[in-house]
Design a protein around this ligand. Structure first.
Ligand code: ADP
Ligand code: MG
Length: 294
C-alpha cells in the first residue's frame, strides 16, 4: 500500500491573527508528484512556507504529519533535517558567503548523507555537470549577481544534493528562458526517477508539466482547497481559468454578496432597463426636434 509522506488534516494557518488558509486536507504519497494551482493571492506560497515552518505563520488548528512524525510545531531546520525541502519563488542573495561554503553548511545538517571532504566536492561537481553549471560558480557569492536562471539552478543543485523526501517547488519555473527551463525540468526528472522523490509543485507554467508525470492536481482559491483531480485538470484550468471556483470558495464576503445579489433580483421593485431608457430618450429627442422644426 502507498505510504503517505505528507498528510495535513484540518490545517488552518494564520499570520498576525489573520487566517490565510482554512482546513487544508492534503495527502501526498511517497514518490508521487502533486501540482498546486490557484489564482494570485490564493495562498499557495503561504501553504508552502507554512509547511516548511516559516515563523511568520502559525497553525491555529489541524496538524502536519511528515514521514510519520507530527512536525506541526517543529522549527524549519528540524523539518529540513527530517527530509523536507522548499525552493523559494525568489531565492535570497547572500553577500560574503561563497556558494561552496553555503552548500557545505547545509550538508553539515544532514550527516545521514555521509558527504564529507573530497566526497562532497565530487558529488557537487557531478551535479553541476548535470545542470550545465560552471564549477567556478562555487567560489562566487551565493546568488549575488546571478541571473534568474542561475539562481534556479542553484536551487536544483541543493535539491539533488540533499535528496529530500518531499520537495516543495514554488514557481521554480517562472520567468526562465527555454534553456534554463530545460535544465530545471531535467533536474526535477532526476529527482523523481533516480531518487524516488515526492513533489509539491506550485506553478502556472504548463510547459514544465508536459515533461513530468503528474499524479494529482489541487486547486487553492481564497485559502481553501476547492478541487482536486488528475493531470487533465491542468488543461481544463488552462482553458477556463479559475472562474468556476471563484464564489464557490466559501469566502464569507463572497457568499454574502451572492446572496444579496440574488435577493435584489427577486425584489418586486422595477429594475433599471437600459433598452427602455434609450427608447424613451430617443422619443424625447425626436419630440424636441419636431418642436424645433415647427
Ligand atoms: P499566492 O502564492 O497564491 O499568490 P500568497 O500565499 O503569496 O499567494 O498570499 C496569499 C495571501 O496571504 C495574500 O493576500 C497575502 O497578502 C497574504 N499574506 C501572505 N503572507 C502574509 C503575512 N505574513 N502577513 C499577512 N498576510 C500575508
Ligand atoms: Mg506565490
Amino acid at each position: 500500500m502507498a505510504k503517505a509522506i505528507l498528510e495535513t488534516k484540518g490545517l488552518t494557518i494564520a499570520a498576525d491573527e489573520t487566517p490565510l488558509l482554512h482546513e487544508i486536507d492534503l495527502t501526498i504519497d511517497e514518490g508521487t508528484t502533486h501540482v498546486l494551482m490557484g489564482p494570485n493571492g490564493a495562498g499557495k506560497s503561504t501553504l508552502g512556507s507554512a509547511l516548511m515552518g516559516n515563523p511568520e505563520y502559525t497553525a491555529t488548528a489541524g496538524s502536519i504529519i511528515f514521514d510519520g512524525q507530527d512536525i506541526t510545531e517543529l522549527s524549519p531546520d528540524k523539518r529540513s533535517a527530517a527530509g523536507l525541502f522548499m525552493s523559494f519563488q525568489a531565492p535570497v542573495e547572500v553577500p560574503g558567503v561563497p556558494l561552496f561554503t553555503f552548500l557545505r553548511a547545509i550538508v553539515a545538517q544532514r550527516p545521514d548523507l555521509k558527504l564529507r571532504g573530497p566526497k562532497l566536492k565530487k558529488r557537487i561537481t557531478e551535479i553541476m555537470a548535470q545542470l550545465d553549471m560552471d564549477p567556478s560558480y562555487l567560489d562566487r557569492e551565493l546568488n549575488v549577481g546571478f541571473s534568474g536562471g542561475e539562481k534556479k539552478k542553484v536551487e536544483m543543485l541543493q535539491l539533488l544534493l540533499l535528496q529530500p523526501k518531499l520537495a516543495i517547488l514554488d514557481e521554480t519555473d517562472s520567468g526562465l528562458d527555454v534553456d534554463a527551463l530545460d535544465t530545471v525540468s531535467r533536474a526535477i526528472r532526476i529527482y523523481q526517477e533516480e531518487m524516488n522523490g515526492s513533489l509539491l509543485m506550485i506553478t502556472h507554467n504548463t510547459r514544465i508539466l508536459e515533461h513530468l508525470d503528474v499524479d494529482q492536481v489541487h486547486v487553492l482559491v481564497r485559502g481553501r482547497l476547492v478541487d482536486a483531480g488528475c493531470a487533465s485538470l491542468i488543461n481544463e484550468i488552462n482553458d477556463h481559468g479559475f472562474e468556476r471556483y471563484v464564489g464557490q470558495a466559501g469566502s464569507g464576503a463572497a457568499s454574502v454578496a451572492a446572496a444579496q445579489a440574488k435577493a435584489a433580483a427577486a425584489k418586486e421593485e422595477p429594475q433599471f432597463d437600459a433598452a427602455l431608457a434609450i427608447e424613451n430618450m430617443e422619443a424625447a429627442l425626436a419630440e424636441a426636434d419636431a418642436k424645433a422644426g415647427e
